[in-house]
Design a protein. Structure first.
Length: 365
């Protein structure tokens, strides 16, 4: 798991921005699926909950009535590599389908199912009942990480927003842009103390969940030295313009990344949660350029799919990623930030003083 685990609010923000109908939490045993479901829906919800009684069986409970049925039976003498927990077909075909049909009749817009796994794989009538439920309601599904056709088909549905808790950010990379000359600031602002640490440190903190899937592109040897001490990949160069920085960074990660988040290093109050939500949005809409916004005002950071890397590498002199955005406005979607100051950057000493007042409140929470 990443150092920063996705929060329920992070997932819900990205799901809402996606406009998809259903939410799937996918992952292996112990990945935190059920914990996140409880955080997303803290009140008892209509739906189904399955649980295991070791060396006995798997039980399915209808959440509101509490009625329970055994859907898996432990068979200690199962031969060879056969799974010792075997489905109970009559339970799926009677009570299981009955429970799902009860969910359809509930007035609630949302239904939760925790969890779906291999026992359902050989139950086509039960699978059809799940399809009816998905047509009728919004469903939060907890799905066990297994390579099985039925589970794969759920995770690949176009109307489902998938959160893979084993690898939540996929093959995303982040380029931290740290090549500005700070002319208006009068000194290297990225090395200037901001609320107790160098300004550049906030970009590192906000992207911590990506670990080595980050690249700091900088003209400053001092920043390269900080990166080396913290084991953060960096690219030190001496080229003058923004398009140079983008070309160098994109060229360095293009064969590794499915998409790339470009983060300015002078927005100290952009949150980890916003970074995570952007990356979830990108995972679920692989052809879309995602950027942050405050109300209707768009800003940075921005996530570009790999399909745009060649265009980013060929920007005209002194141009930035906004050129690509303007060329493909029909493929751009916006993720609202929770606080307007997340998009604020620091250009002058006065900006830094004003931002420190905001930080004193925001970072103390």
């Amino acid at each position: 798991m990443p150092a920063y685990r996705p929060t329920a609010n992070c997932i819900w923000r990205s799901f809402r921005a996606s406009s998809k109908k259903h939410l799937i939490l996918n992952g292996s045993r112990g990945s935190g699926k059920s914990t996140l479901l409880s955080a997303l829906f803290p009140q008892p919800m209509p739906g189904l909950t399955s649980y295991v009684v070791p060396e006995d069986g798997v039980y399915m409970k209808e959440n509101l009535s509490g009625e329970t049925v055994q859907i898996g039976r432990y068979q200690a003498d199962a031969p060879g590599n056969t799974n010792k927990m075997q489905p109970v077909p009559e339970a799926f075909l009677t009570k299981g389908i009955e429970f799902l049909d009860m969910c359809i009749r509930q007035p609630s817009d949302w239904i939760t199912i925790d969890e779906t796994g291999y026992l359902e794989q050989t139950m086509p009538a039960y699978q059809e009942a799940i399809s009816r439920l998905l047509a009728a309601k919004h469903v939060l599904l907890v799905v066990r990480k297994q390579k099985l056709p039925f589970l794969d088909s759920l995770c690949k549905r176009d109307d489902c927003f998938l959160v893979d808790l084993d690898k939540p950010y996929g093959d995303a990379f982040c380029i931290i842009m740290a090549s500005g000359k700070s002319k208006r600031f009068g000194a290297n602002k990225l090395l200037t103390d901001f609320y107790g640490k160098p300004l550049i440190a906030y970009a590192f903190d906000a992207t911590e969940m990506l670990g080595q899937n980050r690249l700091v592109v900088t003209i400053h040897p001092e920043i390269a030295h900080i990166c080396k001490k913290q084991n953060i990949p960096f690219l030190l160069h001496n080229l003058p313009d923004r398009n140079d920085m983008i070309r160098l960074g994109t060229g360095a990660i293009k064969n590794k990344a499915s998409h790339c988040l470009f983060l300015p290093s002078d927005q100290p109050l952009v949150s980890r949660e916003t970074i995570g939500a952007l990356l979830f949005c990108a995972q679920n809409a692989p052809d879309t350029i995602w950027r942050t916004c405050d109300q209707n005002t768009a800003g940075s950071p921005v996530v570009f799919p790999s399909a745009y890397f060649d265009e980013l590498s060929a920007l005209p002199p002194k141009h930035g990623g906004n050129t690509v955005i303007q060329n493909h406005r029909e493929h751009v979607k916006l993720l609202p930030v929770t606080q307007h100051y997340e998009l604020a950057d620091i250009d002058t000493p006065e900006d830094m003083q004003a931002m420190e007042v905001i930080a004193a409140h925001a970072l103390a929470k």
